[in-house]
Design a protein around this ligand. Structure first.
Ligand SMILES: [Zn+2]
Length: 263
């Protein structure tokens, strides 16, 4: 039994909670927790159609995946550029990369990165004048060419995936610049950076390497290319660069070579 005085305290606390959260917050929280059955089925059939990674998940993992996508749709602003209209297909491609990369984590929201720009194709960066297919601005904007974002998932064995590449940059920045992520990520990222320095020299010396030449540009591009290989060719990655692959599994809490999507 709760004593009468304690009951008053409980009521006062409940009263304060309800009034601290405004109506908008309450609606938003409910929307995030509950996914209508019809919406769930729409997500499920879309994701099965476009993403090999999703098709290989167990039923329980598929639910977890959809829950995360549904939640991120309400958090991440996706804005079309050069007149492109943002469709649900575009939104799901953008968010797929984020959920896929962070699927092993408890915390899958990247707090700095809540804005995405989509261009129809390659675009020119007004500052550098160079043509780009994608970029991550450390101030919190991720930019994609829709054409290349889509291509990344249409061909899932060429080790080129724009969505995963840019998300890898966003994750690396999040780990280095914030503490709003799963606990041990700093340690494993550091180990990966240590190993990558040796590999970058090999690529820069034009010796044969599993990764494409672009990985030799710097530690950031190396990590982004490593993520693309991790998801698209885990077996050859594990065979040729076992130590690096092992730290990638520790960092991402997934082991694609063993078909493990969460540790
Ligand atoms: Zn890059």
């Amino acid at each position: 039994m709760i004593a009468k005085d304690n009951l008053y305290v409980v009521f006062i606390i409940l009263f304060l909670i309800v009034f601290t959260l405004n109506q908008f917050d309450v609606v938003r929280i409910i929307r995030r927790i509950f996914i209508p059955k019809k919406r769930f089925e729409e997500y499920d059939s879309f994701l099965k159609q476009y993403f090999n990674y999703y098709r290989l998940l167990s039923e329980k993992e598929k639910k977890r995946f959809i829950f995360r996508v549904h939640n991120l749709i309400q958090i991440v602003r996706i804005i079309g550029r050069q007149g492109i209209k943002v469709t649900s297909q575009m939104k799901l491609h953008v968010l797929f990369s984020q959920v896929q990369l962070t699927f092993g984590f408890k915390s899958y929201v990247l707090p700095i990165f809540r804005t995405v720009f989509i261009y129809p194709g390659s675009y020119r960066n007004p500052l550098t004048g160079k043509l780009h297919d994608g970029e991550v601005n450390p101030h919190g904007v991720i930019i994609y060419s829709w054409e290349k974002l889509k291509d990344g998932y249409l061909n899932s064995t060429d080790n080129i995936n724009l969505g995963l590449h840019e998300m890898a940059h966003a994750l690396m920045i999040t780990i280095i610049r914030t503490d709003k992520h799963d606990q041990d990520l700093d340690y494993y990222l550091n180990e990966i950076i240590k190993l990558s320095k040796r590999e970058i020299l090999i690529i820069q010396n034009k010796e044969t390497h599993l990764f494409r030449n672009y990985a030799g540009a710097n530690i950031y591009e190396f990590f982004a290319v490593a993520v693309e290989h991790f998801f698209e060719a885990p077996e050859s990655f594990k065979l040729e660069l076992p130590a690096l692959y092992m730290y990638m599994t520790k960092l991402l809490k997934q082991d694609l070579a063993l078909k493990k999507y969460r540790s």
